[in-house]
Write a protein that binds this ligand. Structure first.
Ligand SMILES: NC(=O)c1ccc[n+]([C@@H]2O[C@H](COP(=O)([O-])OP(=O)(O)OC[C@H]3O[C@@H](n4cnc5c(N)ncnc54)[C@H](OP(=O)(O)O)[C@@H]3O)[C@@H](O)[C@H]2O)c1
Length: 198
């Protein structure tokens, strides 16, 4: 399979790319690094990336940012940056990518635990993650040509110790579990699913 991984140079993406590259052709995409560069906040940049890569069988996204800020310091502008980046950026990977993906291909996006288990200062990221989950449930049945769409929603991962204090009471998940969730989405038959990794 030809598998495009957006965010392949990041904490999650590196491990996911390593695992998938053992048996498949992996195109590693980053913002400033990787085989190909893209800015998911820019539709022109996303189109240019797909034109460069050509037809592919699966797209995995482990990218997207949203701000952390206490609610009494949050502004609409700051909140919007998360909507435009992690939420709309990944939505656009599907909206634009559906015209480049091969028949029977799959999209696997990334959300996260905060949609269900909030933490302090996380309202923007919780909203973004919930929006991504809802998008996948609603959009997957409308995709043509047997194309599937899922979203992986992990707890904080073992490779991100800097986040542990922000997730009190949560037990970090192994990267192996995150990789397995992406494998279920890419090689399995499910679509329209929020695949939770706890
Ligand atoms: N870490 C966790 O514990 C955890 C848990 C659950 C969910 N998540 C979610 O998983 C995703 C990845 O997290 P991470 O910790 O792996 O992040 P990370 O280490 O910061 O990696 C981010 C990756 O995305 C790329 N990227 C950044 N901005 C981009 C843009 N505008 N367009 C395209 N690519 C861009 C980066 O490329 P460059 O390196 O080239 O800049 C990098 O490859 C995030 O959405 C996060 O919310 C993370």
């Amino acid at each position: 399979m030809k598998i495009v991984i957006i965010g392949a140079t990041g904490t999650l993406g590196k491990k996911v790319a390593e695992a998938f590259a053992q048996k498949h052709e992996v195109i590693r995409v980053g913002n400033t690094s990787g085989d190909v560069q893209v800015d998911i906040t820019d539709e022109t940049s996303i189109k240019a990336m797909f034109e460069k890569i050509g037809e592919f069988d699966a797209l995995i996204s482990t990218s997207g940012k949203a701000p952390f800020a206490p609610l009494n310091q949050m502004t609409g502008e700051v909140f919007k940056s998360g909507l435009l980046d992690k939420l709309l950026g990944q939505v656009n990977l599907v909206l634009i990518g559906q015209h480049y993906i091969s028949k029977g291909g799959s999209f696997s996006l990334i959300s996260g635990i905060l949609s269900d288990h909030p933490v302090a200062a996380g309202a923007a990221l919780s909203t973004v993650n919930g929006g991504l989950n809802a998008f996948v449930i609603a959009a997957a049945p409308e995709l043509d040509n047997g194309i599937r769409l899922n979203v992986i929603s992990p707890n904080v991962v073992e490779d991100s110790p800097a986040y542990f204090d922000s997730f009190p009471g949560e037990i970090p998940v192994t990267m192996d579990k995150v990789v397995k969730a992406f494998e279920k989405s890419v090689f399995g038959i499910v679509s329209g699913q929020v695949i939770k990794v706890f």
